[in-house]
Design a protein around this ligand. Structure first.
Ligand SMILES: [Fe+2]
Ligand SMILES: [Fe+2]
Length: 475
């Protein structure tokens, strides 16, 4: 396994020093990246020494080393999982052919688009989260936020490497544009809608990392199957980091729920007003945040029927989640899949060609995966002896893309009137009062081992350090 040479300006395991043109292109992009980081990266963090995990090799045992570093000095690095010279394409029309070490001309535009769309989400989330450090509920949580931020930065590097290495001048232009777009900017927004939403508070942050980083997991998993081998190997390595982001989300929501249940039992009440007065986040508000982030995230998978999705699959650019574990012909012609549509006020299932429904297939895989964690949150509530249960809303709830866009639907899956929607949306989605209340709880708690009142401490610290470890040294 190759270890990274830290004397290189850009740590990598892709023999960067042997490609001087590429190295120079990346060295020119690097200062622009740092400018971007200074401009819209974590606010007020420049002088902090943060206990971060840094990739030093892609070996399963050795890809993480921990130590205090300043984030702008983080070694972002370019890492590909080890290659297999005999790897074959295992789905689509090129099935059985040798995987591609470079981009075939006929797939160039589509591959570039896929890489740019993935790459765009990485800096976007850093921008969305840039103010959160100012209201961290603990030093432990602050460190986790920063860890996620630097890794999203590294994921941007990973995509930029592919653009520079394989797409020539267009690739270099796209790499610049990735630093120019801004989350939520009216004139030059990020590509995907969920990445233009605000992440204004820590409940939103934990929901985002639970649900939206999980979208990342599924997109990366589908790209990890790609016939374009450098993309497959890059995304495989990114997935190891994504797991931590989802852990932060799942454990964060779990600790909020745990603390709320504790206070519910102490005060023997489920009265929202009393719980809010006690400074914890009532479970109905947690549910409304969940509904919002879940629905916005499942839109990210795209239209339920998409000829692009069919093209991406058949041409070998993007597979299904765990393609290799599926027992079918991996070509999928002539097969069908069920998607939803509303006809005459009725929600109906409709059989469509499977190839055209691959966005929906990936969305359904995502849904199964995200439901599992919600079940674990419910275990916390159940253990506290409380009757409330969190649920994911119906797939058609609050959708903004595909056949279900704009359909008025209750979270339990009833097609409803515009009037009922308007009357009840405040029960189902966070209201401005909810958001203002959650915002009112956000204050900075940064003494080692101390936690904000609205969240329970974690079970253990990072990298076997104690919970009260000094994860961030403030400069
Ligand atoms: Fe990422
Ligand atoms: Fe992530």
């Amino acid at each position: 396994m190759s270890t990274i040479n830290y004397s290189d300006k850009i740590p990598n395991n892709v023999n960067l020093s042997e490609d001087r043109t590429l190295q120079r292109a990346l060295e020119q992009w690097q200062p622009n990246f740092i400018n971007w980081w200074d401009d819209v990266g974590p606010e007020g963090s420049t002088n902090h020494d943060v206990y971060l995990r840094t990739a030093v090799s892609v070996d399963p045992q050795g890809w993480a080393q921990f130590g205090h570093v300043k984030m702008r000095d983080y070694r972002w690095g370019i890492f590909l999982n080890p290659g297999d010279a005999n790897r074959e394409i295992h789905f689509g029309d090129h099935k059985g052919e040798k995987a591609w070490a470079d981009v075939p001309g006929e797939h160039r535009a589509n591959l570039r688009r896929i890489i740019v769309t993935q790459g765009d989400t990485e800096p976007a989330s850093v921008e969305q989260q840039r103010h959160l450090g100012l209201t961290a509920p603990s030093m432990y949580d602050l460190r986790n936020l920063f860890q996620i931020n630097v890794e999203e930065g590294r994921h941007l590097w990973a995509m930029v490497y592919l653009l520079h290495r394989h797409f020539g001048r267009d690739g270099r232009e796209e790499a610049e544009a990735l630093l120019d777009r801004r989350s939520g900017d009216e004139n030059n927004p990020r590509i995907l809608e969920a990445f233009n939403e605000k992440t204004p508070d820590w409940l939103a942050f934990f929901m985002f990392t639970y649900f939206t980083d999980r979208d990342g997991k599924f997109q990366l998993s589908a790209l990890a199957e790609s016939a374009f081998d450098p993309l497959a190997r890059t995304t495989k390595f990114m997935l190891t980091e994504e797991a931590h982001h989802m852990f932060v989300g799942e454990s964060g929501v779990s600790r909020i729920v745990q603390r709320t249940c504790q206070v519910m039992n102490e005060l023997k009440t489920d009265d929202v007003g009393k719980l809010r007065a006690a400074g914890v986040i009532d479970l109905p508000t947690v549910q409304r945040y969940l509904n919002f982030h879940y629905s916005v995230t499942i839109d990210l998978f795209g239209a339920d029927q998409s000829s692009n999705a069919a093209t991406f699959y058949s041409s070998g650019l993007k597979g299904r989640y765990e393609e290799g574990k599926r027992e079918d012909d991996h070509i999928l012609k002539g097969q069908t899949y069920k998607v939803l549509e509303v006809q005459n006020g009725q929600l109906l299932e409709k059989e469509v060609p499977l190839l055209n429904a691959l966005n929906e297939v990936l969305r359904d895989d995502f849904i199964r995966d995200s439901v599992a964690g919600v079940g674990r949150w419910n275990k916390v509530i159940e253990k506290a002896g409380i009757g409330f249960r969190l649920t994911v809303p119906h797939k058609a709830f609050h959708r903004n893309i595909g056949a279900l866009a704009g359909v008025k639907m209750s979270p339990d899956g009833r097609v409803i009137s515009e009037t009922e929607w308007e009357a009840r949306r405040g029960e189902w989605l966070p209201t401005s009062e909810d958001r203002a209340f959650v915002a009112s709880l956000m204050g900075r708690v940064i003494e080692p081992g101390k936690f904000a009142n609205w969240i329970a401490p974690p079970v253990m610290g990072i990298n076997r350090q104690p919970v009260e470890f000094e994860y961030v040294r403030f400069g």
